[in-house]
Each structure stands twice: as structure tokens, then as C-alpha cells.
Design a binder for this molecule. Sequence first.
Ligand code: SF4
Ligand code: SF4
Length: 127
Amino acid sequence: MRRAHYRVGPITQAECMRCGACCQNPPQNRAEGFLTYIEVSPRDAILKQPALVRRFVVAGEDGAPHLRLDADGRCLALRGRIGGHVKCSIYAERPTACRRVQPDSAECRRARAAFAMDPPEEDAEAG
Ligand code: SF4
Ligand code: SF4
């Protein structure tokens, strides 16, 4: 019998350039009414750059600054296609919350699962 299993190998930094899953509010969050996603800390460098603030920052429902998202919940600073080739256009100024998500962390794996980035594979050992 064959059984499905999920990827168990480590997810490396290199994978981020063809992922971007953690840069979009997952569909389930949005379905539950959570429309803001990544909070910007008061000490984050982006808040000292008015042009970047105008373009990429918005006040959340609680009034705190958050990254501005498009209609699909995707950070406006993300370039490329999620799951294809992606790039953060404000990488040097990205907020602390973005820096905290490490490849292969629980947050990373949750984000990737939300976008089916690691689909089930057949178990190679099963017959
Ligand atoms: S979800 Fe993980 S692999 Fe994807 S961009 Fe974020 S940290 Fe990188
Ligand atoms: S600022 Fe950059 S790293 Fe952070 S969510 Fe947006 S695209 Fe992703």
C-alpha cells in the first residue's frame, strides 16, 4: 500500500527565492476575517522612510502599522510569483517580523503548507 507523506528534508535559505509563501496572508486567515498580516515594529527602519511608508505601510484594524497587502493578501513589496521566482523589493528595510521567519521553522512550514508548497509525495519505501 502506498501512503502520502510530507517533505521531511530541511528547507534552506535558497528555497526562499522560489517560495515567498510567508509574504502572503494565508487564505484561511482571510476567510476568518484577519485581513492584516505582518505588523511593523515602531523601531523598524522602514518607518523612517516616508516614501516607503506611503507605498508599503498601512494602519491595521488596531491602528498599528502593518505591511500593505494587495487584494489577494500579498505584501506589495513582493516581486514575482509565489512558488516561482520571488524577491523582496525592500529586503534591506523589511520589518523585524519578516526577519524572524527562518527557513524550515514552524512558521515557514505553516506558510508553505497554506500554499501547498510541499505537496504530498508517494512514500518511496511503500510498495
Ligand atoms: S515560507 Fe519559508 S522558504 Fe518560503 S520564503 Fe518564507 S522562510 Fe523562505
Ligand atoms: S517586506 Fe519583503 S519579506 Fe516582508 S512580507 Fe513583504 S516581501 Fe516578504
